[in-house]
Design a binder for this molecule. Structure first.
Ligand SMILES: [Zn+2]
Length: 269
């Protein structure tokens, strides 16, 4: 498979001849969106440069789905697979083929199976994650805490790649509303994908490490990168593969869980 980070949680996935785009966010476009979801880096590719067969939408929040993405789906006639609310919004926006999924339900996309798995995101009760299975396999977390239900959903799948939320909001009464770096590492250790890829890193205000006081801000890219590099080094030292994506730079993920490649071995050391 080939993966390209567009930004935040939007990743173009090319697998077995099918192209998908996860949680497509090209904004913010309005003053209110800019206030609620200030973006630290513009998308690496504009929506007009993307040709995709399907959008996969974990939940209907500002930084995971926007009108520009729905316009892309209408223009290309692509399928929108999403949580209940995301699917309803896509229908209202005039997208022709919409497939709502609850955790445990699945659909097919050409040779691929797309299965929704559980997510625990208190501010979006219908949120799901996705597992895509073709010749290789991939998990996309959306926004979720690392719960026993999620680990149970992922346990039967030998994952090549896990795209995981690695910075989250924090609220006084709710606590962490998703995974920060420590929870993302806990999920990687529990599930042991060949490659773990941290995402959700381009919206200011999200916490990477609350204990250390490190959060995403408009002007601390160096600190974020150093923090991520240290996090990746610790996981690699435990034998886990980590890819730190550069927006816009495609990555060819070769082999699968049954036939690990030499480069995989090299990258782990
Ligand atoms: Zn989010």
């Amino acid at each position: 498979m080939r993966l390209t980070l567009i930004g935040h949680m939007a990743v173009r996935i090319e697998m077995d001849g099918v192209t998908l785009l996860t949680d497509p966010w090209f904004g913010p476009h309005t003053w209110l969106e800019r206030r609620l979801a200030p973006r630290t880096l513009p998308p690496a590719l504009p929506s007009t440069a993307l040709a995709v067969d399907a959008l996969l939408v974990s939940h209907d929040h500002l930084d995971h789905l926007d009108e520009e993405a729905l316009a892309l789906a209408r223009r290309l006639g692509c399928v929108v697979i999403g949580s209940q609310k995301a699917a309803r919004r896509a229908c209202r926006a005039g997208v022709r083929t919409v497939i709502p999924l609850r955790a445990g339900e699945e659909t097919t996309l050409g040779p691929l199976t797309v299965r929704a798995v559980s997510a625990d995101h208190p501010l979006a009760a219908d949120a799901v994650g996705f597992v895509i299975i073709g010749r290789q396999s991939l998990y996309f977390s959306g926004d979720t805490r690392c719960t026993p239900a999620l680990r149970a959903d992922l346990a039967p799948v030998a994952l090549d790649v896990a795209l995981v939320q690695a910075a989250c909001a924090h609220y006084p009464f709710l606590g962490d509303d998703g995974m920060s770096l420590a929870e993302a590492a806990a999920l990687a250790r529990a599930v042991r994908p060949r490659w773990t890829v941290p995402l959700h890193l381009h919206c200011a205000g999200k916490w990477l490490d609350r204990a250390a006081g490190i959060r995403i801000q408009m002007d601390n890219l160096d600190q974020v990168q150093t923090t991520l590099a240290n996090w990746a080094a610790a996981l690699r030292a435990e034998g886990l593969g980590v890819w730190l994506p550069e927006p816009g730079q495609p990555w060819e993920m070769e082999g699968n869980t049954k036939t690990p490649t030499y480069s995989q071995h090299e990258n782990r050391h």
